[in-house]
Design a protein around this ligand. Structure first.
Ligand SMILES: Cc1cc2nc3c(=O)[nH]c(=O)nc-3n(C[C@H](O)[C@H](O)[C@H](O)COP(=O)(O)OP(=O)(O)OC[C@H]3O[C@@H](n4cnc5c(N)ncnc54)[C@H](O)[C@@H]3O)c2cc1C
Length: 448
């Protein structure tokens, strides 16, 4: 081993940055590779999609984390594969050798092989996804305002969220507030009784990971926000015009219910990113990379995998740990620590994850939270959600603006970030179509 081994970290997201922070100013050379030069704080993406926050308030530049650590470098590149025999990573900038590798490439929406839905629904995973959804939501209101055909207008004003976990619940709640608290005051030619918002999930209830009484509270709040909730439903198709779905328990050839809609937001599950599909190693049923309790890839002593792309089932548990930010952070930190332990000739530490709780926000003043024996809903849970997410999110300056923006939105009942910026708007000059916010990113290529 070289005097200063090189640790390559694939992905500058939540898990990758945590690992790099632990290795900062340690006797290793660290290289982070990501196809974006910024980290996205995904829990706040729905707030960009619903015009609450602007894009720069939910991201942080990757180099900005390491101003005081000159052993950490960054490469803006697309990762395309890993060759463990040669200890190299294949990237759009050529081969990158490593001594230790931490894979933290996250996940991508899982459409469960349904290509039609994948082509026509909106995922909510990247910054570009949130910009596309925001532009689309605002555009359909503009179109509906000028549409004279009642059927077409109804389809424009029908919004469907598929997946009744926290992302679907938060998204549907955010859209309900945007529609009824903000747009209703301004679109004078739209009859808002024609608007309908639907949340469709395959599980028996919304927020399946919550205790039962909080699930019921969440359902009650969603209904108060005029969201139609349908559980135990499986979406079977969406061609851009008609969404079809049937009860999860019904046979495959059972007749489907349908909804005419121009908007389907998909948050029904994730799978590891495409560039890991050709990487041969032990994987779980969901194709996530299996790791052991020292965060090493099973059967490897120089490769670690953390966060959404990895899979670890704690002793005594039935299911792998969930794809959540605190899990990615804890795994990233331990992967880094165990590299340092090995370099010092010490024994590795073993992983044990203790959840501090789960929470979901359903709009202003409404959230549910379960932490140990504590079960909270309403304003208290909402305030806790805001503060915990502010504390977890990187960027002191942007956190100040986020705090002010939240207070402003809450008190004024408006949203100033209502920008339609999609590149495919007809008639826009090339210079505007190619604005840097929309082009020039690997994630955009992935999303389109
Ligand atoms: C809308 C939404 C809301 C969420 N809300 C919550 C929440 O409230 N609470 C919570 O705990 N968790 C939440 N999560 C989940 C949480 O964000 C993830 O579990 C966490 O980000 C995983 O961290 P990670 O490091 O594994 O991956 P990520 O943070 O996704 O980082 C992966 C990185 O890899 C990069 N990358 C991917 N492919 C390539 C490639 N081929 N080449 C180069 N770079 C690449 C990406 O650009 C990215 O920077 C939410 C997720 C979403 C999508």
């Amino acid at each position: 081993m070289k005097e200063r081994p090189r640790v390559v970290i694939l992905g500058g997201g939540i898990g990758g940055i945590k690992a790099a922070q632990k290795l900062a100013n340690q006797p290793v050379d660290v290289l982070i590779i990501d196809h974006n030069n910024y980290q996205v704080f995904q829990p706040l993406l729905y707030q960009v999609a619903t015009s609450m926050l602007s894009t720069d308030e939910v991201v942080y530049p990757i180099r900005g984390f390491f101003k005081k650590a000159n052993n950490v470098d960054f490469l803006l590149a697309e990762v395309s594969g890993i060759q463990p025999e040669e200890k190299i990573v294949k990237t759009s900038h050529g081969d990158v050798p490593y001594d230790y590798l931490i894979i933290a490439l996250g996940s991508t929406p899982n459409f469960f092989g349904n290509k039609e839905v994948e082509r026509n629904a909106f995922p909510l995973k990247t910054l570009q996804d949130s910009i596309r959804i925001r532009s689309h939501l605002l555009s359909v209101f503009e179109e509906a305002s000028a549409e004279t055909d009642p059927e077409k207008r109804k389809a424009l004003l029908t919004f469907v969220f598929v997946g009744a976990g926290p992302i679907g619940v938060e998204g549907a709640g955010g859209v309900s507030e945007l529609v009824y608290d903000v747009l209703q005051k301004e679109f004078h030619h739209i009859n808002f009784d024609e608007v309908s918002i639907h949340l469709i999930g395959a599980d028996k209830c919304v927020l399946g990971m919550m205790p039962e009484n909080l699930r019921e509270d969440a359902l009650h709040v969603l209904q108060k926000k005029r969201i139609d909730v349908q559980c135990s439903m499986l979406v079977t198709g969406y061609d851009g015009e008609t969404l079809s779905y049937r009860p999860s328990s019904a046979p495959k050839d059972a007749p489907c219910s349908t909804l005419k809609t121009k908007t389907v937001v998909w948050s029904a599950g994730v799978r590891p990113v495409e560039c890991l599909s050709g990487f041969t190693c032990e994987k779980d049923r969901g194709k996530r990379l299996l790791i052991d309790d020292t965060i090493h890839l099973q059967g490897s002593n120089d490769i670690f995998a953390v966060g959404d792309c990895s899979s670890y089932t704690q002793p005594g548990e039935q299911r792998p740990l969930p794809t959540l930010a605190p899990v990615a952070m804890a795994e990233g930190e331990l992967a880094a620590k165990n590299i340092l332990h090995e370099l010092r000739g010490e024994e590795p530490e073993h992983f044990h994850y203790k959840s501090k709780g789960v929470m979901a926000i359903i709009g202003s003043s409404e959230a549910v939270m379960a932490a140990g024996p504590l079960r909270v809903h309403g304003f208290l849970a909402w305030s806790a959600w805001l503060w915990i997410h502010l504390l977890t999110k990187a960027g002191f300056h942007s956190n100040i603006t986020v705090t002010f923006k939240w207070i402003f939105n809450y008190l004024s009942g408006t949203r100033l970030g209502r920008l339609i910026t999609r590149p495919e708007l007809p008639g826009l000059p090339e210079s505007i179509k190619n604005a840097p916010e929309i082009k020039n990113s690997g994630a955009q290529k992935q999303a389109s």
